[in-house]
Ligand binder design. Structure first.
Ligand code: ZN
Length: 386
């Protein structure tokens, strides 16, 4: 039995009363949450920092771990995407596996306990089967041509079967507004609704995405030209991307909008009016890496968007660390509420994944990981206590 305490204990939703003590059994399960007066002082292990549940990384691409350090910074999303296509299959299967295992270990050391992970194939199954971390895999589907919706969806269902066979939680997810047709997005939402599973979509990661939808101009024309894909079927909507596709989302499906770097207030109001199960994922280090621009944290906050945090992949980040994402946000906004950023890093991500009874909160009877956050605001580090 261990009794642990610190000046600040964050439950996943709020700070607990000063003097709170967590009682852990030998398996790190919280057997009780008590006041320091209920236990002999010399039995309590005191830590200097903030104790909180294990972190939830709600957006990662484990499959891209071998691209660590290979993609140039600040080249914009289109060049980034082309580099990924160019390099992702160059490494051997063994190297890809080894780099995924290393990334899984790194996340564990960084106090991450659960991950929403994007996959385009079955390469990560072995790592996920062997990992002590919880993974929900989003099988990401790509197909902008509406005529291909059925065959792309069929391919996604085949991938789903492989993950189910390995007893790994998984659901389908459209890649992004500029790479998934409306019929494909609709099929994915229908499927997630039937099985009560969450989905995820990259949203407004670049200005070019809005430009593509508003006027069928900009960098995405270059991308599709290089890829040799005709865009004859695509018509501009004269609206931003989120407003162009958001009405097709099934509002009963928990949906993660990832990045939101170029999302404006009108976009937020539009989607919030239609959809109550929305979560907004921030991956600020990846945004700096690719576009050298941060999302408007204040705008999302003022509009009461339920925020989660993600690392994105090692192709667009130098580390897979939620505390590094927290630090970057606090460096640009030192007065940002600590309570709300810690909630984004724990409870909100767990709620999105549908695992909030097991992860994201300090709860009696559960082992959701226990982190100790040390250091000063904007320069935090994390240590695993349990
Ligand atoms: Zn991503």
């Amino acid at each position: 039995m261990r009794f642990i305490s610190s000046p600040q204990i964050f439950s996943g939703k709020e700070f607990l009363a000063p003097g709170t003590v967590l009682v852990l059994d030998e398996k790190n399960i919280i057997c009780d949450i008590i006041s320091s007066q209920e236990v002999e002082k010399n039995l309590i292990e005191y830590f200097n920092g903030i104790i909180c549940p294990g972190f939830v990384n709600s957006h990662c691409h484990l499959e891209l771990s071998h691209l660590n350090g290979m993609i140039s910074k600040h080249t914009g999303i289109v060049n980034f995407g082309l580099d990924i296509i160019k390099y992702r299959n160059q490494a051997s299967h063994e190297l890809q596996l080894e780099m995924m295992q290393q990334a899984d270990k790194e996340m564990n050391l960084q106090g991450i306990v659960a991950i929403g992970d994007i996959s385009n194939n079955t390469n990560s199954i072995k790592v996920k089967e062997q990992s002590s971390l919880y993974y929900h895999t989003f099988l990401e589907l790509i197909g902008l041509n509406p005529d291909r919706a059925d065959s792309v969806f069929q391919g996604g269902q085949e991938l789903l079967i492989e993950f189910k066979r390995s007893e790994l939680p998984a659901s389908l997810a459209p890649h992004a507004p500029y790479s998934a047709s409306l019929p494909l997005i609709e099929k994915i939402f229908t499927n997630c609704n039937i099985y009560n599973l969450p989905t995820s979509i990259h949203n407004q990661e670049s200005e070019a995405e809005n430009e593509f939808f508003n006027s069928k101009t900009g960098d995405y024309l270059k991308l599709y030209d290089i890829l040799g894909i005709s865009l004859n079927f695509f018509k501009p909507t004269f609206k931003n991307s989120l407003q162009s596709i958001g009405s097709i989302f099934n509002p009963k499906v928990r949906t993660l909008l990832v990045h939101n770097t170029f999302t404006n207030e009108q976009d937020i109001r539009f989607i919030k009016n239609r959809h109550s199960e929305l979560f907004w994922c921030l991956c600020p280090n990846a945004n700096l890496y690719i576009e050298n621009k941060l999302p408007d944290f204040n705008l999302l906050n003022i509009n009461l968007c339920e925020l989660t945090l993600g690392t994105d992949s090692l192709a667009s980040n130098t580390q897979l660390s939620i505390i590094a994402e927290i630090n970057l946000i606090l460096q640009s906004l030192p007065n940002y509420s600590l309570e709300s950023i810690l909630k984004s890093a724990t409870y909100n991500g767990a709620k999105f994944l549908g695992i909030e009874q097991e992860y994201g909160q300090l709860k009696k009877g559960k082992n959701s990981g226990i982190n100790l956050i040390e250091g000063s605001i904007g320069d935090f580090s994390v240590k695993k206590l349990a």
